[in-house]
Design a protein around this ligand. Structure first.
Ligand code: GLU
Length: 491
């Protein structure tokens, strides 16, 4: 059975890149009828940010990416929060110590800093490894007695004993085979001085214990893969398969998509509001549209098609179509995708799912369906509902200068009077015919009547389909707006 995990560290809000990782894990799990696990990697107490674990869960819930196992939901491989798995890591690190695959190291941070500085002066990089470990303070270089004494004193870390001159071969499903010489890998710390595991150690132990079959994560973890392989080897475990997803780049293509760039150019990089800043939800994105867009970051789903439901994404998910190179983020495209999803939604569905956005309209119209049918195709974001509703809720607050200039060639007042007569005495079905008659009589084009009517109702020359709009507004409102226009013209 396929088992995948999304393993965020609660060190802040969930970035678009993180959400894409969660999405791809979810798609892969669903495609293979597997399990999607949420594991919270919170062993770095210093970087933990209050509220971020809850935030991450809320984001997944908004998007409908609900985990099969998680800290809240539980499951038979729990606990799913690494901070609650301390004893497990202790037991496993002891195994590595006993089998001579890991060792205690007592070097102080100051001693290591000094070594780093000296290396830097010589244009070199200090690496704790087979070449120098015998000259440093650790259980491999000290007598048993000294080691016991230092262990009693308590300040120590545990490092992986990396065997030199070995070729490490790892496989990434997206990038293929990667070969690294073990001489390039440091004796990495597995257990920190505070008794907690490092990311690398906890990650490998948990992926093994939770029987994860496929690790799908961001490209930034690719350089750690050989080290992880060494930890699997040290335990004699078989590693899961790996997929490292391409970076998400700023719209310029220069550098990783950053919050700073988002702030500067007015687009969010988080699904939900964080720290007083709007996320995609608050901007008015539909969760399914947001997922549809981010699925395309690094995945060419299908030639010539861009709009997919989550079910289609599950069906189509194929590792072979995931690109290696970075994927450029494009906010305009994200909005366009949202617009397509809104257009594809039925009026009833919008009313049902987003009642809050329609509150104002509901106060005035018993039949909001009619209104929504007229503006649905004009919506890019859900929040546009407010702006698009205005015309149904109040007379124009202003008249566009451009419209006024365009209409100058007609006697607006005369046309408006004719329109008042038509609207006041007849039914919307007949408006067009009556306008055509009047236009003919006055030697004007039909356009004059349509444009003046639109200008009176909307205050501009664009807007929803005119006759149905006027029908929804009703006689009184329409006549009132025509009268207002006459006042304005004469002002
Ligand atoms: N905790 C890591 C992160 O926040 C997870 C990396 C992984 O998936 O192995 O990115």
């Amino acid at each position: 059975m396929v088992r995948v995990r999304f393993a965020p560290s609660p060190t802040g809000p969930l970035h678009i890149g993180g959400l894409r990782t969660a999405l791809f894990n979810y798609l892969y799990a669903k495609k293979h009828q597997g399990a999607f696990v949420l594991r919270v990697e919170d062993t770095d107490q210093k970087r933990k940010v209050e509220g971020s674990e809850e935030y991450i869960e809320n984001c997944l819930a908004w998007c409908g990416l609900s985990p099969d196992e998680s800290p809240n939901k539980g499951g038979k491989y729990g606990p799913y929060r690494q901070s609650e798995r301390g004893q497990i890591y202790k037991n496993f690190i002891n195994q590595l110590i006993d089998s001579d695959r890991a060792y205690y190291a007592f070097d102080t941070p100051e001693e290591l800093d000094a070594l780093r500085s000296t290396a830097e002066i010589n244009n070199d990089r200090f690496m704790y490894c087979a070449l120098n470990r015998d000259h440093l303070n650790n259980s491999l270089s000290m007598t048993k007695k000294d080691v016991e004494k230092r262990l009693e004193e308590g300040a120590y870390v545990i490092r992986l004993k990396v065997e030199p001159h070995k070729e490490i071969v790892v496989e990434d499903k997206i990038r293929g085979t990667i070969r690294v010489n073990s001489n390039e890998i440091e004796d990495k710390i597995l257990m920190k001085a505070d008794g907690l595991p490092t990311y690398h150690f906890a990650n490998v132990v948990d992926d093994h214990l939770m029987e994860i079959t496929t690790v799908i994560r961001g490209e930034e973890w690719l350089p750690s893969l050989p080290l992880h392989q060494l930890i699997y080897d040290a335990f004699g475990w078989t590693a899961p398969e790996f997929m490292h997803l391409p970076l998400i780049l700023n719209p310029s293509g220069k550098g990783k998509l950053s919050k700073r760039d988002g702030d500067k150019n007015g687009y969010p990089v988080f699904p939900l509001a964080w720290d007083g800043k709007e996320g995609y939800k608050e901007k008015g994105f539909l969760p399914q549209a947001h997922l549809n867009y981010i699925a395309q970051l690094g995945w060419s789903i299908e030639e010539g098609k861009e709009i997919f439901s989550i079910e289609e994404l599950i069906k189509k998910f194929a590792v072979g179509n995931i690109q290696k190179g970075g994927a450029r983020f494009d906010y305009e495209k994200a909005k366009w995708v949202n617009q397509q999803h809104l257009a594809n939604m039925s009026v009833a569905e919008i009313i049902d799912r987003f009642p809050v956005h329609l509150q104002q309209l509901k106060r005035v119209y018993t039949d909001v369906e009619l209104v929504l049918a007229l503006i649905k195709d004009r919506l890019v974001l859900l929040n546009d509902l407010e702006k698009e509703s205005e015309v149904f809720l109040s007379y124009p607050k202003s008249y566009s200068e451009k419209g006024r200039k365009r209409l100058k060639k007609f006697d607006i007042e005369e046309v408006a009077h004719d329109l008042i007569e038509i609207v006041g005495t007849d039914e919307p079905n007949n408006y067009k015919e009556l306008m055509a008659e009047k236009a003919n009589e006055k030697g004007l084009g039909m356009g004059a009547y349509m444009q003046v009517l639109r200008f009176a109702v909307v205050g501009d020359l664009t807007g929803p389909d005119l006759i149905p709009l006027v029908a929804v507004l009703g006689k009184n409102v329409t006549v009132g707006r025509l009268e207002r226009l006459i006042e304005y013209i004469n002002d």
